[in-house]
Design a binder for this molecule. Structure first.
Ligand code: AMP
Ligand code: MG
Length: 347
């Protein structure tokens, strides 16, 4: 199968028990940021909820253009200017996003690396899939890995950007969705909305209350249909999953997926999926990708350095790794027989 994109809704479903009074629920869905966005608002005036949702849809559609790594927009302009190796003044609206990406990349010890756009393009995960049955040229991958683009190669001030590393190109695919959800939640709060969930293709952030019960979030089985487990959340919580089933192709029976280990230039192959629960969606998104790359050996170290408190990682043998705090929050489906390996507490 080439670049199979599984139906987004089943990636990580929200198992909502429903709210006792239907009039207090407003629900809408639309496509943005390359996925299905679902907004559910509780306990708000329906006219206000509809107005806020329309505003969010406009905002997310605008961000989708600005933050795209290769279609024309603010980020692709920045990438073009980086290639010139000159100092330049980027679109000021982009600076907070880039600064946050740099901060998270450093915390992840470079495993979430938002400047490996050229590597990702080599793997055909931008607009140009590789011909069926082929892999990228190994010399080109090796050359990019040797150039080792990292955020440390970029000088980023409050107004200016510059790099001396010609291999640096932004791809914010591992974190922009989370950052966009955080912005959308801020916007809802500006509208006076306190109880809501924004679900972007299975990755989500919830705020406030869901009637008088917690939100129940389903975590999908990575290798078959259905739910592996569920987790109850309330208050202000984000749940993000990175999986090797989201975008991949196969050559000679081996799966090549879209999460690249910047150290090797190849897809990280010790992990199948990682779920991170954290308050802030941008951090949860970047961390899910970083811990996927870290794999079963070093996810604990990277979770600690990123200040993440709740993690579940499924390794390539199907073993489920998690920290004790996660174990106390998660409920596995009765038919789950996977081996569970508990880590030391993360904090
Ligand atoms: P996610 O689904 O959040 O794990 O993001 C995966 C996307 O992030 C990929 O489609 C690439 O665009 C990009 N990406 C892949 N590997 C990395 C990495 N190690 N660090 C940062 N971004 C990455
Ligand atoms: Mg991510």
């Amino acid at each position: 199968m080439r670049h199979a994109l599984l139906p987004v809704l089943v990636l990580l479903g929200v198992l909502l028990g429903g709210c006792s009074n239907d009039e207090t629920v407003f629900h809408t869905r639309f496509f943005a940021l390359g996925t299905l966005i679902e907004i559910s608002i509780y306990g708000a005036n329906p006219t206000l909820a509809a107005r806020a949702s329309e505003q969010l849809e406009q905002d997310l559609l605008t961000l989708q253009t600005s933050w795209h790594a290769w279609q024309p927009g603010a980020l692709s302009d920045i990438n073009a200017q980086l290639a010139s190796l000159q100092v330049f003044i980027p679109d000021p609206d982009m600076l907070p996003l880039l600064q946050e990406a740099h901060r998270l990349s450093k915390l992840s010890q470079g495993l979430f690396n938002p400047v490996i756009g050229q590597l990702i393009a080599q793997w055909g995960f931008h607009d140009n899939p590789l011909p069926i049955g082929t892999l990228p040229d190994s010399d080109s991958i090796a050359a990019l890995v040797a150039q080792a683009p990292t955020v440390e190669d970029i000088s980023l001030t409050d107004t200016q950007l510059a790099t001396r590393n010609p291999a640096v190109r932004y791809d914010l695919g591992a974190f922009a969705k989370g950052y966009a959800i955080d912005r959308a939640i801020e916007k809802l709060r500006e509208f006076g909305i306190e109880n809501a969930i924004i679900n972007a293709g299975g990755d989500l952030r919830a705020i406030g209350q869901h009637g008088d019960r917690p939100w129940r979030i389903g975590i999908r089985q990575p290798r078959k249909s259905g739910i592996l487990a569920s987790i109850e959340i309330d208050g202000d919580t984000s749940v993000f999953t990175s999986g090797d089933y989201e975008r991949f192709f196969e050559v000679d029976g081996k799966r090549y997926h879209h999460i690249i280990d910047p150290r090797s230039g190849y897809p990280a192959d010790r992990t199948i999926s990682v779920t991170v629960v954290h308050d802030n969606a941008a951090t949860a998104d970047a961390a899910a990708t970083a811990l996927f790359v870290a794999g079963p050996e070093s996810w604990v170290e990277i979770a600690r350095s990123m200040h993440i408190g709740l993690v579940m990682l499924i390794d390539s043998n199907g073993v489920i790794h998690m920290n004790p705090a996660m174990q106390s929050r998660i409920h596995f489906e009765p038919d789950s027989t996977a081996e569970i390996k508990l880590s030391e507490p993360l904090s």
